[in-house]
Design a protein around this ligand. Structure first.
Ligand code: URA
Ligand code: SF4
Length: 205
């Protein structure tokens, strides 16, 4: 179990993306439509990492194009960041869901699936070597910063990851969209703040 056997020898973003289309490193590829690999420039200074593609992402084959993507777009905009200059990916590359009637309901990936898919994320970060990484939610944060990482205790500050000392974690946009009214504004401000700190850091390089 794991993506390791599917990684190409020469690892550019382009060769990784092609190889990931055929990944069978865990069972998630069976029910999903396609691999949703990262998208964006191979030399991006900023990398955003989500958890797992959702229904829309699975259909379109691109990360963060559904409702959560709308919130990411607003977060980028208010921080003065251009989405076209950012590399956006997920900790897990295939949609995980259960059927509820005709609807496909998103499911959280297991820790086995997370570690099975991690070689793709590691290879993406190795290839890009970004200045700043923003982890959207605890799943991405744990994949990048280690399983001990606790999101709620470590908001607002940068952390040293294997790729950059400017790694920051914030709430997942989908968690914000699902949150009760009274919590939502605060969580959204935190997300927007994390993007502004990322933008500030990029301007200082
Ligand atoms: N949520 C994620 O974590 N990633 C996506 O690409 C879409 C929704
Ligand atoms: Fe491979 Fe990741 Fe898809 Fe599992 S989720 S099949 S490890 S790309």
């Amino acid at each position: 179990m794991g993506a390791d056997d599917f990684l190409p020898e020469r690892r550019t973003i382009q060769s990784l993306e092609r190889a990931a289309r055929r990944c069978q490193g865990c069972d998630l590829h069976r029910a999903a439509t396609q691999t949703v690999f990262g998208e964006g420039p191979a030399d991006a200074a900023l990398v955003l990492i989500g958890e797992v593609p959702g229904d829309q992402e699975d259909r379109q084959g691109k990360p963060f194009v559904g409702p959560a993507g709308g919130l990411v777009d607003r977060a980028l905009l208010q921080a003065g960041l251009d989405r076209n200059a950012v590399y956006i990916t997920n900790a897990v590359k295939h949609f995980k869901f259960i059927m509820r009637g005709a609807r496909r309901l998103h499911q959280k990936p297991s820790s086995r699936e997370l570690s099975a898919c991690r070689p793709w994320l590691v290879a993406e970060l190795d290839a890009i070597r970004p200045q700043v990484v923003v982890c959207l939610g605890a799943t991405a944060a744990q994949s990048v910063l280690g399983g001990e990482f606790r999101l709620t205790r470590q908001l607002m500050k940068f952390h040293v990851s294997a790729w950059t000392p400017w790694t920051i974690a914030t709430y997942h946009p989908s968690a914000i969209l699902r949150a009760p009214d009274d919590a939502r504004d605060k969580m959204r401000s935190e997300l927007f703040g994390a993007f502004r700190r990322a933008a500030e850091r990029l301007r200082q390089r």
